[in-house]
Design a protein around this ligand. Sequence first.
Ligand SMILES: NC(=O)c1ccc[n+]([C@@H]2O[C@H](COP(=O)([O-])OP(=O)(O)OC[C@H]3O[C@@H](n4cnc5c(N)ncnc54)[C@H](O)[C@@H]3O)[C@@H](O)[C@H]2O)c1
Length: 304
Amino acid sequence: MPGMLENKVIAVTGAGRGIGRAVALACADAGASVIVNDFGVSMDGSEPSSEVADAVVKEIEAAGGTAIALADDISTMDAGERLVRTAVDKFGRIDGVVTVAGILRERMLFNMSEEEWDGVVQTHLKGTFTVFKAASAVMRKQEGGGSLVAFTSGVGMWGSIAQANYAAAKAGIVGLMRSAALGLERYGVNANAIAPVASTRMQANVPGGTAETGEPEDIAPMVVFLLSDAARSITGQTYTVVGGRVALWSQPREIKEISKDGRWTPEELAQRLPDEVGIDRLPMLDYIEEMKAKAAAEQTSPAS
Ligand SMILES: NC(=O)c1ccc[n+]([C@@H]2O[C@H](COP(=O)([O-])OP(=O)(O)OC[C@H]3O[C@@H](n4cnc5c(N)ncnc54)[C@H](O)[C@@H]3O)[C@@H](O)[C@H]2O)c1
């Protein structure tokens, strides 16, 4: 049976390790020619190497697939263009891009340096823009359009205690993905995002771990589906994927309001807003309280 990506050309960033690697291997297995981008950096974005991208290309070739390695820093405009140009020069088109590359530089907001902020935002958010921009410029003109798949995180929706840079970048990616979906629909290009959870070196850096996890290979089938012709009508969506669970995120909506003719005064708002509009409590606050209560209970009755 032909794979779901037969004759397609797909580029995957951050494809040398973790989830990106699993996605690149699954795309090749589904019949695509794959451009494997990975800067080959450590968790904080330092010490680049071309080895990890090369190794994944070798794995794909050993399994009978077709792939090309690029070891660029995807946060540069040149790298985004080179990724897409390589696909077009070698294989004649670019059907899908998947922006998985990411780093972590964890720090409380009040201690975060400009460098810690910039590196994370550039890798995740700009590294999605560089690829989406270059790919959409080609996709809008080619027959059959194309597919954009971004990687966000639950942290982008919920916030994070000590990863304000990462949470801001991941929330920005959802805004970028929705805008791409809106602007490119008329050209037959769809855009979606995945919020994954999987056991990788990045996940090992999450303080206290995550409530649920799975393998990078659990994420890949959903990406293959979103890149395939079977998902052409799906656009502007964000899906959690973890283990065997796939869940759809809601679109943000206003949920409660007050209104009057003309402008509110601060005093009027102080009087009416708390009761009549109120707040939508951050779900993470409840989670943090649960964790604190659990830690306190463990301290009072330590496991024997
Ligand atoms: N693992 C999880 O549970 C989890 C949870 C939420 C979101 N995510 C997101 O999923 C994606 C993949 O995460 P992972 O856990 O597989 O991480 P990982 O660290 O295993 O892999 C990330 C890869 O990106 C590459 N990379 C980093 N900077 C790059 C750059 N500038 N240009 C090109 N490549 C670069 C790294 O070299 C690395 O191989 C990330 O965007 C991450 O934020 C992961």
